[in-house]
Design a protein around this ligand. Structure first.
Ligand code: ADP
Ligand code: GLC
Length: 482
């Protein structure tokens, strides 16, 4: 089975968050099930540099304002089709925003271009490649389904995955004619969304199946409080909605072999973590101590609840905790973190920017990771933490609740507890969760048992990849005339 995946980021080429990890890991995870994935990616400078010389397999004389080529490349076992369109993708700054942090004003056009090219591939634009199914990820790829359904191969089955409903992609109706879709597509049964054009909405409408990245989030998005305006549409498509938990790449994230980790370890030898902790302390300017070293590795945003954490840092320190923050994002939250570090020199350290190797080292050395998200479709950082013996302290929402077992009395007694779970959105709940973590950490046997239970949990892609493969197969059967 040949699947054409479409996404705006993919690890190890370009990453701003968990989307890249998932898009990067799925192809290898699906291979054992007889699924060959080829991923359509924008030709950002980092992607073009990674593929080197590549064969042009299709040409677009005018792709929304300039010429473009489609490049076919393989990097290791990863198969790529890269949209080489300098006017859309070759620029400095970030992949979605200018260096200042302001989003590129033409993102709607850039990702319409990505989607139009992907749909053309599904419809046969590459002579010797005919994918059986299309799998689009998030709003940046969602219009692929609209172009597909209004193109010459409308019958190709398509899956739309929601990684985060908070990002929907939308434009004013006045821009609709520039998308190159037929007028009939501008309808409630089409791309129209509250009077404008909704990219994710379109993907959800045209998809044969909708997936999201945890079972709990699949339920939550059917409610007004988490549906973000799309709960009505999602409810009409409930029978087509599947929650498939994200996995992690357990070869890349393996504390026994990870090249980014100074001292390797496994569940039988947690002692090396102490040396890794010293490394993290040094890097963040934190002095040693008996209390736990907490960490954050995250986008610093409202979604992640890190404004709530910033307001709770004084309590964390008063309880004997220390804190290393690796992240960037919202300038007010960054400032609040730096203020806290200034108030607590040697106890709180903050590094901004995106640093992949350092994110591994933090997981390998910190005692606990804090993820107080207001909502969390899946979350990967708690999964990496579990694998690295770094105890997750998480809000009970979405995938966080699906993957962390709270250290209540019964779970501790049974030896199955893996972390501390608290109510989302409340400073008081976060404060008491931190207090529980500090108390548990002082009971060294209990803490070590939690670390080991977390490290033993299986969050590899095996089961979830099987579910995607089953879903693909069922959609292909549905479209095959009896
Ligand atoms: P989201 O995709 O919502 O940001 P996830 O938990 O699914 O949340 O994935 C976040 C990913 O980004 C993880 O791989 C995490 O390690 C990584 N990450 C987040 N912030 C940073 C950072 N500042 N430096 C390095 N990696 C980071
Ligand atoms: C999104 C979500 C995160 C999820 C990731 C990968 O960025 O915010 O919860 O883990 O996508 O699916």
């Amino acid at each position: 089975m040949h699947v054409l995946a479409v996404a705006s980021e993919m690890h190890p080429f370009v990453k701003t968050g968990g989307l890249a990890d998932v898009v990067g890991a799925l192809p290898a995870a699906l291979a054992p099930y007889g699924v060959t994935v080829t991923t359509v990616l924008p030709g950002y400078p980092a992607v073009l540099a990674a593929i080197g010389d590549a064969e042009a397999v299709a040409h677009y004389p005018d792709l929304f304002g300039g010429p473009a080529r489609l490049l076919r490349a393989s990097v290791g076992s990863t198969r790529l089709l890269v949209v080489d369109a300098a006017h859309h993708f070759q620029r400095g700054g970030g992949i979605y925003s200018e260096a200042s942090g302001r989003e590129w004003g033409d993102n709607w056009r850039r990702f319409a271009a990505l989607s139009a090219v992907a749909a053309s591939v599904a419809a046969g634009a590459v002579a010797d490649y005919h994918p059986d199914l299309v799998h689009a990820h998030d709003w940046q790829a969602a219009l692929t389904l609209a172009y597909l359904r209004h193109g010459p191969r409308a019958d190709v089955p398509a899956v739309m995955t929601i990684h985060n409903l908070a990002f929907q992609g939308g434009i004013d109706a006045g821009l609709f004619p520039q998308l190159g879709l037929p007028g009939s597509a501008f309808a409630v049964d089409g791309v129209e969304y509250y009077g404008g054009v909704g990219y994710l909405k379109a993907g959800l409408f045209y998809a044969d199946a909708i997936t999201t990245v945890s079972p709990a989030y699949a339920d939550e998005i059917l409610t007004p409080s988490h549906g973000m305006g799309l709960d009505g549409l999602l409810a009409t498509r409930r029978g087509r909605l599947h929650g498939i938990l994200n996995g992690i790449d357990t070869a890349e994230w393996n504390p026994a072999t990870d090249p980014a980790v100074p001292d390797h370890f496994d569940a039988h030898d947690l002692a090396a973590r102490a040396r890794n902790r010293e490394h993290v302390e040094q890097r963040f300017g934190i002095v040693g101590g008996d209390g736990p070293l907490f960490a954050v590795v995250s986008r610093l945003t409202w979604q992640k609840g890190l404004d709530i954490l910033a307001a709770t840092i004084d309590d964390l320190v008063a309880m004997g905790g220390r804190l290393a923050v690796l992240g960037s994002g919202d300038s007010a939250i960054e400032a609040a973190m730096f203020d806290a570090a200034a108030r607590h020199p040697g106890k709180v350290g903050v590094l901004t920017g995106f640093d992949e190797p350092l994110s591994h080292r933090v997981q390998a050395g910190a005692d606990a990771i804090l993820i107080p998200s207001r909502f969390e479709p899946c979350g990967l950082t708690q999964l990496y933490a579990l694998r690295y013996g770094c105890v997750p302290v998480v809000a009970h929402t979405g995938g966080l609740g699906d993957t962390v077992i709270d250290a209540n009395q019964a779970a501790v007694a049974a030896g199955v507890a893996t972390g501390v779970v608290h109510d989302p959105g409340s400073q008081e709940a976060l404060r008491s969760a931190i207090h529980r973590a500090v108390t548990l950490h002082a009971q060294r046997d209990v803490w070590a048992a939690m670390q080991r239970a977390g490290m033993a949990a299986d969050f590899s892609w095996r089961q979830s990849a099987a579910r995607y493969a089953e879903l693909y197969t069922s959609l292909l059967q549905e479209r095959t005339p009896a």
